[in-house]
Design a binder for this molecule. Structure first.
Ligand code: ATP
Length: 560
């Protein structure tokens, strides 16, 4: 059915179903229906329902089914736009609205760029999943036009009212930008995504860091009361910058027992009468503890003079020690990353793609995933010969040996941008340094949710043998079934720290010798160089670390 342009001049009135004309309704909860002109498509009947907008195409102007999306027209005409996918609606003043997109040949033939009408306009901002890459979200803009100002304003008000009912969307965020991230593109990345935040009416306080450690200092010195005024913190940068912000936040707030120092472990071992730990000929040794008192890693687990036992048991339930403290600024307080770094593994593992727009959309729409955080404690001897813990937190990876050396070396070549990792990696690889280390870890049974994967619990994890075959792996990608099952459970769970032991029988394995590298992966650490990640079968927020131990071996074996 064709609609005459003049139809858009008439006063809005409620229409019966099937009666094409103008329509609004007064009660805010009722259905709203209007005939509007949708840019590049033509005449549509737009209906506002409780969960979104539905569009019914009326005219013949719609030719190739494309709708403008950001800069390029790439999208298919949609019949439905759900509010959960809409992040903003804007009223735009009187102006031209194009009726259909024309090919260059058509424009040439008709001697004009496109035909359109002048009217009042409003735009609905949403996204569509890229056809070839569903993790990649592409901006979608739907521009509607009507001759009547009041009709457009009613639509904007009603859509805004519906968007306000969407739960869990942030209203106010603290944003840190690392201008030196990756190819020094932190600022540009923020400029690219900032309009998404303003369209979504998310207030942002932006801090561009002036030096390394700046964001850490702001986060650690901020009072909880101040942080409470934000719904979360966003890092525009790489994994290192995100970890810096996380550390600034956690160090002064997360109070949990430290693991024992290495000397405690040795004493405990001697007192429990097992000398396995000191056996230089054994590569991997094993001890079984029936209760936590015999567990070497619990012997001196003391925080503020109080012995504590916080642990997650093997069935995934979490026990929280009585003295455990972790005051979050607010229930919904969250952390986000907009990728601008050299690797961006955390973003790759959470959104599935390394794209600032996708990340910004996930943030403004209030999407959440739970992540595990590992506490890493290094024991330092002070000048007074006391042993002090040096605590850090990691969201992606902690490494010793090769990994640590590459990071340290690559910092000297930061000016190279992301290529510094290749250069430093080659140098460190050729150096082939190995390190004496002793690693103690708890073996766990295979995961129930993923029986092909063997994992180990907490703070150190190891697949005992080679791990599952590639064909058997459940690779963690966006909407991964394993993570989705867990995230439901995790979201109902209070935050907790993991354990140094689980109740019942605990099997401690120890490994001692010369290692080229010892790494602990908290997530799969997928990145553009390693699309499956360092640990392809790692999953988000499952409470496990995957321990990667590589003993001294020839160059060729290490490369393999
Ligand atoms: N203004 C600044 N000048 C110099 N360094 C900074 C500044 N702000 C933050 N940093 C430091 O830069 C380090 C690395 O930043 P970031 O993680 O953003 O980038 P990257 O190392 O290139 O990326 P990736 O971690 O993904 O490999 C952080 O540890 C942070 O301490």
């Amino acid at each position: 059915m064709e609609i005459n342009r003049e139809d858009y001049k008439s006063d809005p009135k409620v229409v019966e179903s099937g009666n094409v004309g103008e329509a609004t309704s007064s009660a805010s909860s009722s259905v709203l229906k209007s005939t509007l002109l949708l840019e590049n498509v033509g005449d549509v009947v737009l209906t506002l329902n409780s969960d979104g907008l539905s569009l019914e195409f009326l005219g013949s102007s719609y030719n190739d089914g494309s709708i403008t999306s950001g800069i390029k027209p790439v999208q298919k005409f949609v019949n439905e736009i759900r509010f959960s996918d809409v992040y903003g609606v804007e009223f735009i003043n009187y102006g031209l609205i194009n009726v259909s997109r024309q090919s260059k040949a058509e424009q040439c033939f008709q001697g004009r760029a496109s035909h359109g009408s002048e009217m009042y306009r409003f735009t609905v901002h949403s996204f569509q999943k890229s056809r070839g890459q569903p993790c990649l979200w592409v901006l979608a803009v739907y521009s509607f036009g009507h001759k009547d100002l009041q009709t457009c304003q009613t639509w904007v008000d009603r859509i805004n009212a519906s968007l306000n009912l969407e739960m869990g969307r942030p209203k106010n965020l603290l944003v840190f930008i690392n201008p030196m991230s990756g190819k020094a593109s932190g600022r540009r990345t923020w400029e690219m995504v900032a309009p998404i935040f303003s369209r979504a009416k998310v207030k942002t306080k932006v801090i561009v860091t002036e030096r390394a450690g700046h964001a850490f200092d702001v986060m650690s010195s901020a009072a909880n009361k101040e942080l409470k005024s934000y719904n979360g913190v966003i890092a525009v940068g790489g994994d290192g910058f995100f970890n810096e912000i996380l550390n600034g936040f956690l160090l002064s707030r997360h109070k949990a027992p430290w693991p024992p120092s290495p000397s405690d472990i040795v004493h405990s071992d001697q007192s429990s009468g097992n000398g396995l730990f000191r056996n230089p000929n054994e590569r991997v040794t094993e001890t079984t503890c029936q209760n936590e008192d015999h567990s070497p890693l619990l012997s001196n687990s003391v925080y503020n003079g109080t012995r504590q036992a916080n642990f997650r048991t093997e069935d995934g339930t979490c026990n929280i020690g009585q003295d455990f403290e972790f005051p979050l600024p607010g229930e919904e307080f969250r952390f986000g990353i907009i990728p601008a770094g050299s690797t961006d593994a955390i973003v790759m593992c959470t959104t599935g793609t390394r794209d600032p727009i996708t990340s910004a959309l996930n943030i403004v729409l209030g999407k959440k995933v739970c992540l595990d955080i590992a506490q890493v404690v290094r024991w330092k001897t002070t000048t007074a010969s006391d042993i002090e813990p040096y605590v850090r937190y990691a969201a992606s990876f902690a490494g010793y040996g090769f990994y640590g050396d590459v990071i340290a070396e690559s910092e000297k070549y930061r000016w190279m941008g992301p290529k510094r990792y290749d250069y430093a990696g080659t140098k460190v690889f050729l150096r082939h340094s190995s390190y004496e280390a002793e690693v103690a870890f708890i073996e766990t049974e295979s995961e129930k949710t993923n029986p092909t994967v063997e994992k180990v619990h907490l703070f150190s994890g190891l697949r005992k043998r080679q791990g599952p075959k590639k064909s058997e792996r459940v690779v963690c990608r966006t909407n991964c079934g394993v993570c989705n099952t867990k995230s439901d459970y995790m979201s109902k769970r209070s935050p907790c720290s993991t354990t140094y032991s689980s109740s019942g029988e605990t099997r401690w394995l120890r490994s001692r010798g010369k290692f080229l590298s010892v790494g602990a992966a908290i997530i799969s650490n997928r990145n553009e160089r390693a699309p499956d990640g360092l640990v392809a079968d790692a999953h988000l927020s499952d409470g496990f670390l995957h321990l990667l131990m590589i003993r001294d071996c020839p160059h060729a074996s290490y490369l393999w």
